[in-house]
Design a protein around this ligand. Structure first.
Ligand SMILES: [Zn+2]
Length: 274
């Protein structure tokens, strides 16, 4: 069996699992904001479960039910050139991007950790970062229904495979505390809402997954990434200086880098007090 379970086999398996997971993420990205809107935020756990499971996939434009051949992750999108078979309306490139990223994340985790619970948890974390980014870009929302389970899974992951529960708790407190302070400072300084409370909670989730030592690296990369993208856009007048900018994708970027490059954490750990 050892000769068979090669990196190529693991990558192939990861791509298959990840593409299917990405297809589910697209449903989640589309439906969670609709469920929250429809019930003015009072969605029960059962409401989310049933709302995600039913009805089967439909075209968002013409409402035509999609058959199995319209639902093969990545492949259907490429064959149909990103359009609905019935009304030919475009699905948007986000569908394909989410499935490809999810496939890559699962492949990476399977090769790095083998066919283990650790690999599935880690892949779930990376895939959830994509879902949160997409929902934040499209709806300026980081829903608790994704953040809360991700926080709990992070506790399990960190307790079993990383620095333990104490480190997870300290990481969450650091992530939450740092973003809370920045958010409050901005509010006092400018009188406006610079950052949503969802971003503060998201930073706590990252802290649970990454542990205390990696939090500074993740947040630094998030702010650096945000500045690198927003500065030119602001200078060239593409966005107003006070336009709300979703920060979730940048937090996801920082969390992703700190997770797949653990060396970043030891870099910052060396400057933190022991
Ligand atoms: Zn259609």
């Amino acid at each position: 069996m050892n000769g068979f379970v090669t990196p190529i086999f693991l990558s192939f398996l990861g791509v298959c699992f990840g593409a299917v997971a990405g297809s589910f993420l697209n449903v989640l990205i589309h439906r969670v904001p609709l469920l929250i809107d429809a019930s003015e935020g009072q969605v029960s756990v059962w409401g989310y479960i049933s709302g995600l499971a039913w009805p089967p996939s439909r075209c968002a434009t013409c409402d035509h039910a999609l058959g199995w051949r319209d639902n093969i992750p990545i492949v259907s999108y490429l064959v149909l050139r990103g359009r609905c078979r019935f009304c030919h309306d475009g699905y948007g490139v986000r569908h394909l991007a989410v499935e490809i990223f999810s496939a890559a994340a699962f492949a990476y985790c399977m090769v790095a950790f083998g066919l283990t619970a650790k690999a599935y948890l880690a892949a779930g974390f990376l895939a959830a970062l994509v879902a949160l980014s997409a929902i934040d870009i499209e709806e300026q929302l980081l829903p608790d229904v994704v953040l809360a389970p991700l926080f709990c899974l992070g506790l399990v992951f960190h307790a079993l495979y990383a620095g333990g529960l104490t480190d997870a708790g300290l990481g969450a407190a650091a992530g939450y505390g740092i973003l809370w302070l920045i958010r409050e400072a901005y509010r006092i300084y400018s009188g406006g809402e610079g950052m949503g409370y969802g971003d503060v909670k998201f930073a706590a989730v990252l802290g649970v997954w990454l542990g205390l030592a990696a939090v500074p690296a993740a947040l630094f990369l998030a702010f650096a990434g945000g500045s690198a993208l927003m500065l030119p856009l602001t200078l060239f007048g593409r966005v107003g200086e006070r336009a709300p900018v979703p920060f979730g994708p940048f937090l996801a970027f920082g969390g992703f880098c700190a997770f797949v490059l653990p060396g970043l954490a030891s870099l910052t750990a060396s400057v933190l007090p022991a």
